[in-house]
Design a protein around this ligand. Structure first.
Ligand SMILES: [Zn+2]
Length: 563
């Protein structure tokens, strides 16, 4: 069969309708722009350029070869792009009919970490992430709301963009939508039919899985094990129950497009094959998504790609683990999910991001208030330390970086070694977050030391430590616009969770101060405990009492019991 195949080529000059022509022009412009920039791998890298008089390792020696776990080979592989210096990456996007949940957040944050790190390594990345705007779920929701399906999905695409911005996920290079690519999809289905790997039943077209000998290679399933995919209704007209729809005939009240097989709309799987081929060709580097997409979606994509083009070759299949709640997978269909909006109403979006990358992307992650509180407290500590470093450096009027003491140089070198080793080993972000403790502690020791007469050395060290940690946070996507602003936002979220206003906290602090003056220690202690239970910690100093967010005392006890 494979010998008979010819490669389907995205046919940019051929237009079947004016609206499609417009989208093709867009594709051409964007693709052209992406591939003519030709970033030079080693010359543009500006990572961590802190100078000093100690043994600073060159940054190029720290950047390691990247190893990624490939679902296809079931092992970690050295990453080698097909074209030197360039990476083509396709990631399955959302079906836009509702707000996205934190399972989605995990997918796109994981991919964003990979996207950022590939760029740190000097690659030019063409990152394509689609929107499914034609789907049964969209049609059914639109019918419920009496809304146009494409209009409804447009609305939720915009909401998704807001979520991604809040979570610091960089925008992809291109975000194609199914409704703009119907002609590519039709062309690809024609090619698959021409190559004898699909069949027509009335006005539907199905892919014949038994025509593709490698079906099941990605997921490890055999054709006999397969059921119809969860998004594909069982159809008695199928020759094999595992066959799946490439084209579905129009039903009353549904959006449709004209096709050689009559009016209808594409099946779900074909859209990603057609759109990835349109922007990246059939041979590209990385295809990613959530683990739930391995079967049937990605298995079917491979079958379609190979049926349309015998040169089809995607090098690395990357999948992230589930978000679970009480060890059950979080998903809309199971009804046990939190939307990103619900979570970031109470927690800072970067606390959510810290929580998500606090576990390796392939492991399951269990969502709980305790985890989010813990992440919030941690990033408050990180930003507070970096804020204090920045403050100290600016107050001490640093004009140049030099003479960094050897202890600081060692601390920075050790941290950067862990950073690049961990990131290059299949993106082990939890190791990087854990390794931050050392430079954070060094910075706090320098900030709060009493023996700090040598302000020059301190400010140089603090400046270098702050820059090193800032660069690491940027790679992880955890760097806020400004530390002061982020600290303020974290405090506001903590007040919201505590159901208190800033004024109420200040008035309780004043009440406590009065009690202490009057030696009513039981009363003053009760106020401190009451605030601690609500997640507000008080810190006494000669300058007065300040407050900061903390894990509520009840949850802290839970944390102590589990660790
Ligand atoms: Zn997909």
């Amino acid at each position: 069969m494979l010998n008979l195949l010819k490669c389907y080529k995205p046919s940019f000059p051929l237009c079947s309708s004016t609206s499609i022509c417009a989208s093709k022009a867009l594709i051409f412009t964007q693709t052209h722009k992406i591939f003519t920039k030709n970033l030079q791998k080693s010359t543009t890298r500006t990572y961590c350029g802190v100078s000093g008089n100690g043994e600073r390792k060159g940054e190029s020696s720290k950047l390691k070869e990247l190893w990624l776990y490939n679902t296809m080979s079931k092992r970690k592989e050295l990453f080698k792009p097909k074209v030197e210096g360039q990476v083509g990456m396709y990631v399955c996007g959302v079906t836009a009919y509702d707000f996205s949940h934190i399972g989605h957040a995990r997918v796109y944050v994981s991919v964003d970490v990979l996207f950022r790190y590939l760029r740190v390594l000097g690659y030019e990345v063409n990152y394509v992430r689609n929107f499914t705007d034609v789907d049964d779920k969209i049609i059914s929701r639109a019918n419920q709301l009496g809304e146009d399906p494409i209009g409804l999905s447009k609305r939720f695409c915009e909401e998704f963009h807001q979520d991604m911005e809040d979570l610091h996920c960089l925008p992809p290079s291109v975000e194609p939508r199914v409704s703009d690519h119907i002609s590519h999809i039709i062309d690809m289905i024609k090619q698959i039919l021409d190559n004898g790997c699909a069949y027509k039943t009335d006005a539907d077209v199905y892919f014949a899985v038994d025509k593709f000998p490698h079906y099941g290679r990605l997921s490890g399933r055999k054709i006999g094990d397969n059921r119809a995919g969860e998004r594909v209704a069982i159809d008695t007209r199928k020759k094999n129950p595992a066959d799946f729809a490439l084209w579905k005939s129009a039903k009353e009240g549904e959006p449709f497009w004209e096709s050689p097989w009559g009016p209808g709309r594409p099946g779900w799987h074909i859209e990603c094959s057609a759109m990835s081929a349109a922007y990246l060709g059939y041979s590209f580097d990385i295809h990613g998504g959530g683990m739930d997409l391995i079967f049937p979606h990605h298995e079917n994509e491979i079958a379609q790609n190979c049926a349309a083009c015998d040169k089809s070759d995607i090098s690395y299949w990357i999948h992230n683990g589930f978000v679970t709640i009480d060890s059950e997978k979080m998903s809309k269909s199971l009804g046990n999910f939190f939307t990103i909006r619900q979570v970031i109403d109470l927690y800072h979006p970067l606390a959510l991001r810290h929580f998500l990358i606090g576990t390796h992307y392939r492991s399951p992650i269990n969502y709980s208030d305790l985890q989010l509180e813990s992440a919030s407290e941690r990033i408050f500590y990180i930003y507070q330390t970096l804020h204090d470093c920045e403050d100290f450096v600016s107050q001490n009027n640093v004009t140049s970086m030099g003479n960094i003491p050897p202890q600081t140089i060692d601390c920075i070198n050790n941290f950067e070694d862990i950073l690049f080793t961990a990131m290059s080993d299949d993106l082990h972000t939890p190791d990087v977050l854990a390794a931050l403790s050392d430079p954070l502690k060094t910075a706090n020791d320098l900030l709060h030391t009493k023996q700090g007469k040598k302000a020059l050395l301190r400010r140089e060290s603090l400046g270098a430590l702050e820059k090193t940690m800032r660069n690491a946070l940027t790679i992880l996507g955890l760097m806020p616009t400004g530390y002061t602003e982020a600290l303020q936002q974290l405090k506001e979220k903590a007040l919201k969770r505590a159901k208190l206003t800033k004024e109420e906290v200040l008035s309780k602090i004043a009440e406590r101060n009065t009690s202490r003056k009057n030696k009513e220690y039981e009363k003053s202690d009760a106020i401190r405990k009451e605030l601690a239970a609500a997640g507000i910690a008080l810190m006494d100093s000669p300058e007065g009492t300040k407050w900061r967010p903390a894990i509520p005392s009840g949850l802290q006890e839970q944390l102590a019991a589990t660790t």
